[in-house]
Design a binder for this molecule. Structure first.
Ligand code: HEM
Length: 409
């Protein structure tokens, strides 16, 4: 190995430009008319109302009341003891919160245990790819999604991005875990907590003058349309990239991976009539809701810089390998999104990653022999592992909690 630290190289890892579909997106910022049909959803039917104007009435009313009556510390204390899918909501919770959580924690009637189990096995086997795609790729996409970037920036967690990423990773790791939706897993727990956090953000952010000034006229954040956008930046993006990378995914695995995200969307409070029933439906919806809205914002650019700085710090103490991190991020999300995020070009590392990452994938997929994998590829592989390990470890010391303030000004 040359003088470069292996960790730095690791970061250089993701090489293929991210969203294939995004390359051909329409001008940024323009929301398309909602024409996606509920017949393509898991519900198979619905009113077809534009999700831009739908939030989460039940959770929003409840959590607004919890905040207004000063119950957040008490609820958070109880939430910390709620850790397993098969656990009833803690008895110390206010009755209305406990009743809501008991209802919200029910799997939908269409949930298929067999598929959830198959998804868990698939996610475990592909955990390196999926964690890199959802963690780093999804992170870089989120900062090019203006509403998400600004919500995150101006909410409480925006002031401490390391903690915020660790908390967000709790749900990501829960989805990817072998136990995910089993009785002793915690997917249901993390998703229901997240639904309550989002409800809190809907109550709090409209009181932030900075958010209101930059929200583009939206008066309540995190609409169902917004959640779908983020869902595609995680689920649809990851599946697109796996296929682009020629990772072998059987039809059953593909359906199972979709299913785990369908169930998760339901638990996050998304109405069944908006949840795509197939990958074709998901790709079509993603084209309509995600591609057109990607754009650059001051907040997103700053968050990107913070996130990439942290990534460089974690995978190469001292942060000297930031160019590798930049190139890795660019590889994962592609030039269009990387440019929106103002990620600098790193010609040397970009070329290196473009060569080594496909070889690494091909080797892992059993398509080429070990001698054909350039040694640098393993540095990339190790860096990805270090990154994932860092957040796995950080996540153990944290918990998803309901905020009761916005980002301090
Ligand atoms: C909080 C996941 C959609 C904005 C969280 C948390 C998770 C999460 C796990 C808890 C972590 C924490 O408390 O910091 C997701 C998933 C989504 C989604 C899986 C869609 C599938 C969105 C969207 C927005 C958003 C669309 C905004 C447009 C926020 C904000 C917080 C949050 C502002 C709270 C930050 C804080 O105050 O600490 N989300 N989210 N999320 N999410 Fe989401």
């Amino acid at each position: 190995m040359d003088g470069l630290s292996r960790r730095k190289m690791l970061l250089a890892g993701g090489a293929l430009g991210a969203f294939g579909a995004l390359g051909a997106a329409s001008p940024a910022g323009a929301r398309s008319l909602w024409t996606w049909s509920p017949s393509a959803s898991v519900a198979g039917a619905g009113a077809g109302a534009d999700p831009e104007w739908v939030w989460d009435e039940e959770a929003d009313r409840l959590i607004a009341a919890v905040i207004d009556r000063g119950d957040v510390p008490r609820v958070n204390e109880q939430l910390r003891t709620w850790t397993r899918n098969d656990q009833a909501p803690p008895a110390g919770l206010p009755q209305d919160v406990r009743d809501f959580m008991a209802r919200a924690a029910q799997l939908p009637s269409w949930a298929d245990r067999g598929k959830l189990e198959a998804a868990a096995k698939f996610s475990e086997g592909r955990s390196l790819y999926l964690n890199v795609l959802n963690g780093i790729g999804g992170g870089m996409l989120s900062t090019a999604i203006p509403r998400e970037a600004r919500s995150v920036y101006y909410s409480k967690g925006g002031a401490d991005m390391e903690d915020r990423v660790a908390k967000t990773s709790l749900l990501g790791f829960a989805i990817g875990d072998l136990k995910a939706y089993r009785a002793d897993g915690d997917c249901i727990v993390q998703a229901v907590k997240t639904r309550m956090v989002h409800a809190a953000v809907r109550h709090l952010l409209p009181k932030s003058p900075e958010w209101t000034r930059t929200s583009g006229g939206q008066t309540i954040p995190i609409s169902q349309a917004d959640i779908l956008v983020t869902w595609h930046s995680l689920a649809t993006y990851a599946m697109q990239k796996l296929l682009e990378w020629k990772v072998q995914v059987t039809p059953a695995e593909s359906a199972a991976y979709l299913h785990v995200w369908q169930v998760t969307a339901h638990l996050l409070g998304v109405r069944d009539e908006y949840i795509p029933a197939t990958w074709n439906a998901a790709n079509a919806q993603s084209k309509q809701v995600l591609d057109p809205i990607l754009t650059s914002t001051r907040e997103g650019v700053e968050l990107t810089d913070t996130l990439l700085g942290q990534l460089a710090e974690q995978t190469s103490p001292g942060g000297i390998d930031r160019p590798l991190v930049n190139a890795f991020a660019r590889y994962l999300v592609g030039d269009r999104v990387a440019d929106l995020d103002r990620i600098p070009h790193e010609p040397f590392w970009e070329k290196t990653i473009e060569v080594v990452w496909p070889k690494l994938v091909a080797y892992r997929e059993g398509l080429i022999a070990l001698p054909l994998v350039p040694p640098l590829a393993w540095t990339v592989d190790e860096a990805a592992r270090q990154y994932i390990l860092f957040y796995l470890t950080k996540g153990q010391g944290t918990a998803i909690e309901i905020p009761d303030t916005n980002r301090p000004v």
